[in-house]
Design a protein. Structure first.
Length: 139
């Protein structure tokens, strides 16, 4: 019996995120945009936070400007962010006054987001917009 308990508790630290349906992720997210990662700077090793600067090019939800600075958690549940790579970003709150990417956010490389983009639709291009995107449905 003791062996069974040690096996159960040994695996608790390795829990993985459950991917909810795209519609649920979109509903619970405060903002959704795609953008290229310009830089990632470690903020606080104790909390494993990183400041991520993106050049946003398309928006679906929230207030999105051409340059977006978001706070992310470095986590084994998510591969590390790569500078120069383009991502579909789902923010699910705020930290340090910035949009926040929790360890189980649906943020992923844009190349891996085909199903998400199909559900989200076209979004609004920020390349040709004269002002930041503001989701009027949230006002």
């Amino acid at each position: 019996m003791a062996c069974l308990w040690s096996l159960i508790f040994a695996n608790v630290g390795f829990a993985r995120c459950v991917n909810p349906p795209i519609e649920k992720s979109a509903t619970k997210s405060d903002l959704i945009f795609s953008g290229t990662l310009l830089k990632a700077v470690a903020m606080n090793n104790r909390n494993r936070l990183v400041e991520l600067t993106f050049h946003a090019n398309r928006a679906w939800k929230g207030y999105v400007s051409a340059t977006m600075i978001v706070i992310g958690v470095v986590s084994p549940e998510r591969p590390p962010f790569e500078q120069g790579e383009t991502y579909l970003v789902y923010s699910d709150g705020t930290a340090h006054g910035r949009p926040f990417l929790g360890k189980c956010t649906q943020t992923k490389k844009l190349a891996n987001a085909v199903a998400d983009l199909k559900k989200l639709g076209v979004g609004q291009s920020l390349v040709t917009a004269n002002e930041p995107f503001r989701d009027r449905h949230q006002e």
